[in-house]
Unconditional design. Sequence first.
Length: 251
Amino acid sequence: MLIAGAVCPHPPLLIPAALGSAGSDPPAALRKVMHAAAQAVARLAAAAPDLIAVVGGGPADREYGAAAAGGLHDYGVDVTVGVGAPVLPLSLTVGRWLLEQAGVLGPDGRAAAESRPEVLFQAVARRASPGDCLKLGMVLAERAPRVALLAMGDACARPAREAPGVPDLAAQEYDEEIAEALAAADARWLARLDPARDSELVVAGRVAWQVLAGAAGRRRLHGRLLCMSAPYGVTYLVASWAESPTDWGGR
């Protein structure tokens, strides 16, 4: 059963080493995203799940174990997250890094402490249908009595690719609607997202959001939007879902 959720973006620059010499002093807008993502993952772990499923877009559907490593080599950065050959797609690589930073997972894939939950990484084909995403979410939610799901995905990137700095009203409207749905933990709304908008608006997060929606099902969860920022023309959203607002301890 899903007892907590988190939504985070997956730009390579979320990992400080990707910033090179600027890693110790990233731009303020990016620091805001980094802080919010760390907060969301910390809240996810604090829910005391039996299992954390990290979900993100990839070339095809594939489940990886907790020991799977990822890397940023395709982006010109000599960074490996985990131990061994990097096999995780970018979304799960950044998700793994967030879990390591939160003390949930060690570099070797072992739990950082005996009380830590099991971890799995689930890649979802970027063009997966809403129905397939929802079904996968339901399956993941049944993997353990208490499941937490970390959905990795960026919102609109079209402004960054087509006309940086120029207002894109369609992209802004889409991002605002996603942010509202995440803040309300509105699984039904997320379940209705149109895959055709992925290519139109250059959206990387739809499949992960819909897996989260499927995992939530008809459960009434409480949502909170922690961050909405577009430091490089790509909209990054960070949110937390919990069984009760008190689970956040007023933070």
